[in-house]
Design a protein around this ligand. Structure first.
Ligand code: FEO
Length: 399
């Protein structure tokens, strides 16, 4: 059955959602599923805007062919070639072999790397500044390199003022009938997943996102159509402002994130004591996570949100507890910066985790480690409560 939805007079949503996917990119849990968005614009010419992941290919193809009602497909604009958007291209070409694939030069090369495209497939490569006239409407192409891959273009349809933004302004989460962000309680139900999507997928490319934001703010945009998650037609500035924070690596909230590793509960106890001290001193919305029990994508996301990060790091195998090391290497890989850290190490005979953490943090831009750095052996004793008090005071003063 055709599940497409009309967005404008001549623009349809023809994507779908996958609620069975466990891990996005086979890494990140998506308990609320994910949508793969694709759009069809029908003017004097017919234009498909990106394809979809293979998991929802059948539904997408039914939507596409039903809406075209026997008309041919003239253009397929490929903004981004990651297979969650590209995988159905060959299936489209089987049905519409004369369609012209419009994409960047690098995308044309990558498409041929990912799939055996028919040799006689028509390509039209475009770059920033190029236009595609399809009747009353015109697509204007804008370079968006590294948001999230090097070949990415976004396009701005200037008569309806629609930005087709590729991965930018996307979010994890399946769509459940409501296509538009203004039909949802986005702040309550979606923002955390939008942040987790951004930080883990595009977080490393803050500089490139800033470049795209500069180009976007020069446009008069009435609607943003991303490749994942809801469409934006109201309060665009609110979401764009979030992207500005995230891509400048500035914390959204001056709040405390505590991340601990604990094999037998002793380090967790110390973390509980410090969190209680901080609460007693008036800190609100403290978030605490067991690094072994929480997927690192959630920790990356919260690390982008919070200004202060407290690490309770056990020593392990003469080094750093592996889940803690994995978390730190991940935030370093995502270029997290401008954060204040507090550090508590634990060891039973040879303390090294503190220095291992310091080494990683020293390779991240503009990070501060508050004093005192605390070290304890096996389990923290009441005699060290004063040290925790001193650290709590330092955190409160810093916030
Ligand atoms: Fe949703 Fe970078 O692909």
């Amino acid at each position: 059955m055709n599940t497409s939805r009309q967005i404008k007079d001549n623009l349809w949503y023809i994507g779908a959602s996958d609620r069975r996917l466990a891990l996005f990119e086979n890494m990140m849990p998506v308990p609320q599923g994910t949508s793969y968005n694709s759009y069809l614009l029908i003017d004097e010419k017919t234009v498909l805007l990106d394809t979809v992941d293979q998991s929802i290919s059948a539904q997408f193809l039914e939507n596409l062919t039903t809406l075209l009602k026997g008309r041919t497909l003239d253009y397929i604009i490929i903004h981004h070639v990651e297979p969650d958007h590209l995988a159905s291209l060959n299936e489209v070409l089987v049905r519409f072999p004369k369609a012209t694939i419009v994409c960047s030069m690098q995308a044309a090369k990558l498409i041929k790397q990912f799939m055996d495209i028919p040799e006689d497939a028509n390509f039209q490569t475009v770059k920033e500044g190029d236009k595609l006239l399809i009747g009353k409407q015109t697509f204007n192409f804008i370079g968006a390199q590294m948001v999230h891959w090097p070949e990415v273009l976004v396009s701005y349809e200037s008569s309806e003022k629609i930005l087709f933004s590729a991965d930018a302004f996307g979010t994890f989460g399946a769509l459940s009938g409501n296509l538009f962000a203004d039909e949802l309680d986005f702040d309550l139900d979606w923002m955390n997943e939008a942040r987790r999507y951004y930080t883990n997928i595009v977080g490393k490319y803050g500089c490139q996102v800033q470049n795209l934001l500069k180009k976007a703010t020069a446009l008069d945009i009435s609607m943003i159509c991303p490749l994942h998650g809801p469409i934006w037609r109201q309060d665009l500035a609110k979401f764009i402002e979030k992207y500005d924070f995230w891509s400048r690596y500035e914390p959204e909230d001056r709040e405390i994130l505590i991340i601990y590793g604990s094999m037998y509960g002793h380090t967790e106890s110390a973390a509980m004591v410090l969190s209680g001290l901080l609460a007693d001193k008036g800190c609100k919305n403290i978030k605490m996570f067991d690094v072994s029990a929480t997927h690192v994508s959630y920790l990356v996301s919260e690390s982008f949100r919070c200004s202060h990060i407290v690490l309770f790091a056990p020593t392990y195998n003469g080094g750093l507890y592996p889940p803690m090391e994995n978390y730190l290497l991940d935030i370093k890989a995502h270029l997290l910066q401008n954060r204040v850290f507090a550090l508590i190490e634990n060891s039973s005979w040879a303390p090294v985790s503190g220095n291992a953490v310091k080494t990683i943090l020293s390779e991240m831009k503009n990070t501060t480690i508050l004093e005192p750095v605390i070290s304890f052996k096996s389990s923290m004793k009441d005699s060290q409560r004063a040290e925790l008090e001193e650290l709590a005071d330092a955190i409160v003063k810093s916030i």
